[in-house]
Design a protein around this ligand. Structure first.
Ligand SMILES: *Cc1c(COP(=O)(O)O)cnc(C)c1O
Length: 398
């Protein structure tokens, strides 16, 4: 039996060539492909700056570091996400507060967020990690207003939504990662995401200070830019045989504790090649979503679904289904490997130990009872999608 997974990457001949070229070149890492990727990605989402890194998780960690998240700092996020969105705050010693979802959008509830912030003294929270769950882009203008009023920064986790957007009040497309309303936005190039890089991640921003800081933190906190040097030329040179007043060529400074979160040229070449087809692939995702929506709209046992939303990037197509557990098993028996996104973060043992538990966030817990992510990837054929739809119909007939 052929297995239909919930997500699947696609590697073209052009992708292979692109990687092959790098393998034959002078640079496997720290070469020209990284900057090329950063430039092209900024073009794609409309940001001033991009910093490519080793993974989406590394991107999140660098964001938290660059925003000076520290021991005891409190940060708000959604429980309906991959754990990394919350963990990046814990890496820096901060505390995570989960805000329940809006059951209609599956995104962080703005009402619940406001209620939580208003009940606390000013300065209680430092920032928000917003997640474009399943590919639906949050209306960041609303979050920005709140953030400005309460002095919060915004990290947008857009791992699910490259190419996605929300519509502004005057009907303008505001792309995820454009940096118009977020301080920092992150993406992932894990193969289940839109652009497969094997591993890889990227941060976009319009803030020059944050951009420079993150570039430094990406590679051990080291800078080679003489305009940033802290040591004076005297103390930097210090070797008695040099009578120069400029910094010697080899000189570089480690100015703060960074990491090796670099991406390689090999990965960058693959992502660059994938980026060329991003628009076509996104259209295919939308087509698949429309077909699911039309098919399930008529089935009463399907009580919610991702739906047809302008700007949705459809990393996932989620339905909320009655007898979800049995449906999941039935599909699996028939070669359809649907998936559950996500077991709520706050119920993970790690976060339970920190005091979270069942009943804390009723909407996401209710959602989790019924949710199931159906096969969603551009190469899903019409025949395969019909098979998935028919199996679901068959399940509810019996
Ligand atoms: C995949 C993902 C991440 C982590 O990305 P990696 O590249 O796997 O480290 C973070 N947040 C969300 C929402 C994701 O889907």
């Amino acid at each position: 039996m052929k297995i239909i997974p919930y997500a699947k990457h696609f590697i073209s001949e052009e992708d292979l060539e692109s990687v092959n070229d790098v393998l034959k070149s002078d640079f496997l890492t720290q070469g020209p492909k990284i900057e090329e990727l950063e430039k092209q990605f900024s073009n794609y989402v409309g940001s001033k700056y991009s910093i490519a890194v080793s993974s989406g998780t590394a991107a999140l960690h660098l964001c938290a570091l660059s925003l000076n998240v520290n021991s005891g700092d409190r940060v708000l996020t959604t429980p309906l996400t991959f754990v990394a969105s919350a963990n990046c705050i814990k890496y820096c010693g901060g505390d995570v507060s989960f805000i329940d979802i809006d059951p209609n959008t599956y995104l962080m509830s703005i009402d619940k967020l406001l209620l939580e912030i208003k009940n606390k003294p000013r300065g209680f929270y430092k920032g928000i990690v917003i997640v474009n769950f399943a590919g639906r882009v949050n209306d960041l203008s609303e979050f920005r207003n709140i953030a400005d009023e309460y002095d919060l920064w915004i990290i947008e986790d857009a791992c699910h939504s490259p190419g996605g957007y929300f519509l502004s009040q005057n009907n303008q497309k505001i792309y995820a990662g454009s940096g118009e309303y977020s301080d920092l936005t992150i993406f992932s190039f894990h193969p289940v995401k839109h652009l497969a890089g094997g591993e890889g991640g990227l941060i976009t921003t319009n803030d020059e200070q944050l951009y420079k800081r993150i570039k430094k933190l990406r590679t051990h906190g080291i800078t080679k830019d003489s305009s940033e040097f802290i040591n004076s030329t005297d103390s930097a040179i210090f070797s008695k045989d040099i009578n120069e007043i400029t910094y010697p060529n080899w000189y570089m400074e480690m100015q703060e504790l960074g990491y090796n979160y670099r991406i390689s040229d090999i990965h960058s070449a693959l992502i660059l090649s994938q980026l060329l087809k991003a628009d076509i692939k996104l259209k295919q995702r939308k087509k698949i979503a429309k077909k699911y929506y039309d098919a399930f709209n008529l089935i009463p046992e399907i009580i919610g679904q991702s739906g047809i939303i302008k700007g949705h990037a459809y990393h996932l197509y989620v339905i909320e289904a009655k007898n979800r557990y049995q449906l999941y098993n039935f599909l699996r028996e028939n070669g359809i490997y649907a998936q559950i996104h996500y077991y709520p973060c706050h119920l993970m043992p790690f976060y339970r130990k920190l005091g979270w538990g069942e009943g804390d966030l009723p909407f996401v817990e209710k959602y989790y009872e019924n949710c199931i992510s159906l096969p969603m990837f551009p190469e899903l054929t019409i025949k395969e999608q019909n098979y998935v739809i028919n199996k679901i119909k068959e399940f509810y007939k019996s």
